[in-house]
Design a protein around this ligand. Structure first.
Ligand code: NDP
Length: 298
């Protein structure tokens, strides 16, 4: 068997095109475009790339992008004041504070200061609670993107055995909640899990969100399983000076001959995150203007 390689890049592009069409409809209905504010504190190079990509995608979708680049020495009080200002700004539908923040700033204090109804990253405890209790809210972009790929691949997920490896607040836990909502039987594995290979072996769906290069081996995978690899790991630089290649948390070559479907790294889950961020911003704009929308169409 050779697994179907799930093309997250193409899926995300389609989603972004559908969103761009809806932006035009929203503008006709309300006289304004949805707006996303992104706050970057400091000069972390990876964060700077993410923020640049988010800005480009927002503009390409026809939305307003408000970028706030602050020095690494910005005080927590000043950052909270900016969040307050964005919470009150009627042109801003979504607020994203790029993580990680410099060590002197309490990330939790910043995340909980964002208006939950503008929290398009879905990290606010109110949105985590809404997800856990089945209320409408914002779901973190990466796990929601994974779910979209899974449903596109498998259709109805009810009754399937799913294993989520990783229990972070931004990927593992919300992913598990989403799969429970889809009526999967869900196991959440983590660094203290005993005999991870046996746990993975019984899963129809494997979501790996660990941050350890190629940790999940091909022989752990149940034949025909659908494998979603969230991990983004950069291998060490080559002797010639070129950047090391990007690899996921799954041994892609090993899993390819066993799995039914698998996301590649890069080009799988990664592109979905920004597309879902735009989707969440659209949903916020529609809710705030009380314009009806069909979220299943995006
Ligand atoms: P965290 O470091 O917050 O969480 C990692 C999780 O993996 C923890 O729950 C940890 O367990 C678990 N873990 C660590 N070692 C093992 C092990 N040996 N066996 C089983 N579980 C283990 O990471 P994130 O959730 O933030 O990110 C995970 C990966 O996904 C990273 O590579 C990150 O770069 C990538 N990522 C990709 C995104 C995208 O857009 N594609 C977005 C976000 C993240 P414990 O809780 O016990 O410590």
């Amino acid at each position: 068997m050779t697994a179907n390689i799930i093309d997250g890049k193409a899926f995300a592009l389609g989603l972004r095109e559908r969103i761009a069409t809806q932006v035009a409809t929203f503008r006709e209905a309300t006289g304004r475009v949805p707006g996303l504010a992104v706050v970057l504190v400091g000069e972390d190079p990876a964060s700077a790339v993410y923020v640049r990509n988010k800005h480009k995608a927002t503009v390409a979708a026809g939305m307003a992008s408000f970028e706030h680049k602050l020095s690494a020495h910005t005080s927590q009080a000043d950052l909270l004041a900016l969040v307050d200002q964005l919470n009150a700004d009627p042109a801003v539908d979504g607020i994203l504070v790029q993580l990680p923040l410099p060590g002197h700033i309490d990330e939790r204090a910043v995340i909980t200061r964002i208006d939950p109804d503008k929290d398009v990253d879905g990290f606010h405890p109110v949105n985590a609670g809404r997800l856990a209790t089945g209320l409408e809210g914002f779901v973190p972009c990466t796990p929601l993107g994974c779910l979209m790929l899974l449903k596109d691949q498998l259709g109805d997920l009810a009754g399937l055995d799913a294993v989520v490896i990783g229990r972070s607040n931004i990927v593992g836990k919300p992913m598990a909640q989403l799969l429970v909502k889809e009526s999967c039987t869900v196991t959440v594995a983590h660094s203290k899990t005993r005999d991870l290979s046996s746990v993975v072996k019984r899963a129809d769906i494997v979501v790996a969100a660990v941050g350890r290069p190629e940790m999940v081996k091909g022989e752990w995978i149940k034949p025909g399983a659908c494998v979603i690899d969230v991990g983004i790991n950069r291998e060490p630089a080559q002797p010639g000076g070129s950047n090391g290649r990007l690899v996921g948390d799954v041994d892609f070559a090993g899993a390819l001959s066993v799995a039914g479907a698998i996301t590649p790294v890069p080009g799988g889950v990664g592109p979905m995150t920004i597309a879902v961020l735009l989707r969440n911003t659209m949903i916020s704009a529609h809710r705030r203007e009380d314009v009806s929308y069909d979220k299943d169409a995006w």
